[in-house]
Design a protein around this ligand. Structure first.
Ligand code: GLV
Ligand code: GLV
Length: 321
């Protein structure tokens, strides 16, 4: 009989939906992040796996599951943790959770954009520290976001488009790279399609919305940071290794760029100490999709992906392989 292994506790409604399918399930319910040895054991004989972006789903794991494994449903839109080629060789469907987290992730990108541009976290620390302050013309002056600042969206896909909608409402100029940058939908938001070099030199704020692939690894390195305005703000809610984190620390420390708002890190969950000592960095612990309703939708979609494949139907959101 089919057995589904879930590497974490699904949100309430999604867990009920999985239970209602009648499929046999096992759930890892320890502290988040099922240890590798446990994971290799838990998946043995499983037909489906619902996993986290922090679970490495590679050939070894698929072979530990064995020939019963037919579907891997990642509880994330990014699936750089899954070896899609190894899955394809074994006839295993890989699915992700696109669409349902676009607004939540764009909201967090915009929160980081505003927090860095207007120095909100620095201001908060200043007030909490009990500093003696009065209104002063120079107190925490930052970048004007509304009314003309240029936002560069690197990788205008579903999430990037949701960021562009917010930027349009703030009267920002928007430039973007990516396949949809010259679409009618982008044009309607005032987006101008550009190549990366032009985006880097013209943007006041640069926000990354690409998947992590061999092509995007260290897409933003020392040379790209050097090309940016000295006041530029870099926002990363995509994947840490898209940015060369050590080069970013140097650039932030040396005034090569102005500030960074980060939800993801190159060596996640480790955050480079160099970042944490800089005042012009706002950090979050990879919470882009962490809205309550969003998480339920991600859970439902993961459950639908597994149940569809085990019922012999196409997964609603299988990734291209
Ligand atoms: C989160 O980072 C995701 O890819 O969904
Ligand atoms: C993510 O799914 C994107 O298309 O931006």
């Amino acid at each position: 009989a089919d057995h589904v292994h879930v590497t974490f506790e699904l949100p309430t409604r999604a867990a009920a939906e999985l239970a209602a399918t009648g499929l046999a399930t096992t759930v890892y319910s320890g502290p988040t992040g099922e240890p590798r040895a446990s994971l290799l054991e838990s998946v043995r004989g499983a037909s489906g796996i619902i996993c986290l972006l922090s679970d490495r789903i590679d050939a070894e794991l698929m072979d530990a599951a064995g020939p019963s494994l037919r579907v891997v449903a990642n509880y994330a839109v990014g699936y750089d943790n899954v070896d899609v080629a190894a899955a394809k060789e074994r006839g295993i469907v890989v699915a992700n959770t696109p669409g349902v987290l676009d607004n939540a992730t764009a909201d967090l990108a915009f929160a980081l954009l505003l927090a860095t541009s207007r120095r909100l976290v620095e201001s908060d620390r200043f007030v909490r520290a009990g500093n003696d302050w009065k209104w002063e013309p120079d107190l925490f002056v930052g970048l004007d976001v509304s009314g003309g600042a240029t936002l560069g969206i690197v990788g205008l896909g579903r999430i990037g488009m949701a960021v562009a909608r917010r930027a349009a409402a703030f009267d920002m100029q928007i430039v973007a790279t990516g396949s949809r940058a010259s679409s009618p939908e982008a044009a309607a938001l005032g987006v101008r399609a550009v190549e990366l070099p032009e985006l880097l030199t013209t943007s006041d704020v640069i926000s990354l919305h690409l998947p992590l692939t061999p092509d995007t690894h260290h897409l933003i390195g020392a040379a790209e940071l050097q090309a940016m305005k000295t006041s530029a703000v870099l926002i990363n809610t995509a994947r840490g290794p898209i940015v060369d984190e050590l080069a970013l620390i140097d650039a932030l420390r040396d005034g090569v760029i102005g500030a960074a708002g980060l939800d993801v890190y190159e060596w996640e969950p480790t955050v480079s100490k160099g970042l944490l000592s800089l005042p012009n960095v706002v950090t979050a612990p990879h919470i882009g999709s962490a809205g309550r309703a969003t998480r339920e939708k991600m859970g439902s979609l993961a459950v639908q992906n597994v149940t569809a494949v085990l019922a012999g139907r196409p997964a609603p959101t299988a990734v291209a392989s």
